[in-house]
Design a binder for this molecule. Structure first.
Ligand SMILES: [Zn+2]
Length: 377
């Protein structure tokens, strides 16, 4: 018995022995110790630091192998030569935390290497990094002020020195609202935050908002015509799991730095969205039928007032499966075909030869596997 215990302890990987001993404060809080990335799962008042050890491909589960396939497909898009189409124009506030500024400029440059293939030559993309102290500038800049309701609550929180762990989208579009046809992207953060405070989730926000510029590039003509059917028509063409979910799939693979951190990101994302306090349909994700009906339910935001963030969660998993299964080129075609006057279902049929119901059914098992990740006890 004693020998057994000794064996167990001595065979623990060093990274576990060095796990942070501090209590973490919120899910997705992150810490690097002895070169290992940890993320906090905060559940029922209990905090747990988790990490994903490096393993050889042969030791990955089928679910993780699908993730690796998607991860590699997306990372392959990072070109080794400088962008030839995108012209970046940074508009950075002097209040923006310096460590995040340099990190996010690197993220924009890396994403540009992957996104450049989507644009025609000489496409200007404006990148805004602002804080709660820059409200005057935001109010005087219509392309930013028009989204103010999306981050107004964070402005209030940050002025009270709270919620500093969040990084929020500030702009994400391609249009001619400024009189010139240009892309606009960027984020807003607390002037008092830093790289150490922000969540692991937030690390993909910069590339996520930027990816909306790519998506918009193939829909701005339709945007100019407008959507007489309102939000329903818009979401029928650009399904939220496609627009938000797949922007997360792409941005997460580009931003996590390693495959282990990428796996860690999804574990925290799933943990945060199950169990107590989770959106009710997420509590039913224990069989394929319920996954399919949940994907169907989240097609239109009006089906349930609580649908919002949930689309990012299931959407990122569904498109991760799609990119692993069909390859990035097929996904790219889905983006291009937004420029045709067809809805999402027709786009799927034209591009991949399946309709959205078949897509839900095929991707369901991957989502089920993700939701098997246990919550801390
Ligand atoms: Zn988004």
């Amino acid at each position: 018995m004693l020998v057994c215990v000794f064996f167990l302890i001595s065979s623990l990987p060093r990274s576990i022995a060095a796990a942070p001993t501090s209590t973490c404060r919120y899910t997705s809080e992150t810490k690097t110790q002895s070169g290992v990335r940890y993320v906090c799962l905060f559940y029922k008042g209990k905090s747990t630091w988790i990490h994903v050890p490096k393993r050889s491909t042969s030791r990955l589960s089928p679910y993780e192998k699908t993730k690796l396939q998607a991860y590699n497909e997306i990372r392959k898009q990072i070109s080794s030569s400088a962008p030839i189409n995108i012209k970046l124009n940074f508009i950075v506030s002097s209040n923006f935390p310096k460590d995040l500024q340099s990190k996010y400029i690197d993220q924009i440059n890396l994403a540009s290497l992957a996104y450049d293939q989507f644009f025609n030559p000489n496409t200007t993309i404006n990148v805004y990094f602002q804080t709660e102290k820059d409200e005057k500038f935001i109010d005087a800049t219509p392309i930013l002020a028009r989204n103010k309701q999306d981050f107004a609550n964070f402005l209030k929180e940050w002025k009270l020195n709270r919620s500093k762990q969040h990084v929020v989208g500030l702009a994400a579009s391609f249009n001619d609202f400024t009189g010139k046809l240009e892309g606009h992207t960027g984020v807003i953060v607390s002037s008092r935050t830093s790289e150490k405070i922000v969540t692991l989730y937030s690390e993909q926000v910069v590339a996520h908002e930027y990816f909306h510029v790519v998506q918009d590039y193939f829909k701005y003509k339709k945007d100019q015509k407008g959507y007489p059917g309102g939000v329903d028509e818009y979401q029928t063409i650009y399904r939220p799991i496609f627009r938000e979910g797949s922007a997360n799939t792409v941005a997460t693979a580009l931003s996590m730095g390693s495959f282990e951190t990428y796996l860690l990101f999804y574990r925290a994302l799933v943990a945060e969205n199950k169990g107590e306090g989770a959106w009710l349909p997420f509590k039913t994700l224990t069989n394929k039928k319920n996954v399919i009906s949940t994907l169907k339910l989240m097609e239109l935001t009006r089906n349930d007032p609580a649908i919002n963030f949930t689309q990012f969660v299931l959407g990122s998993l569904a498109f991760e499966w799609l990119i692993a299964e069909y390859g990035f080129d097929a996904y790219k075609k889905l983006i291009y075909n937004q420029s045709l006057d067809i809805d999402f279902n027709e786009n799927m049929r034209l591009t991949l030869g399946i309709d959205s119901s078949q897509f839900y059914s095929l991707a369901a098992n991957h989502i089920l596997e993700a939701f098997k990740f246990p919550l801390p006890r």
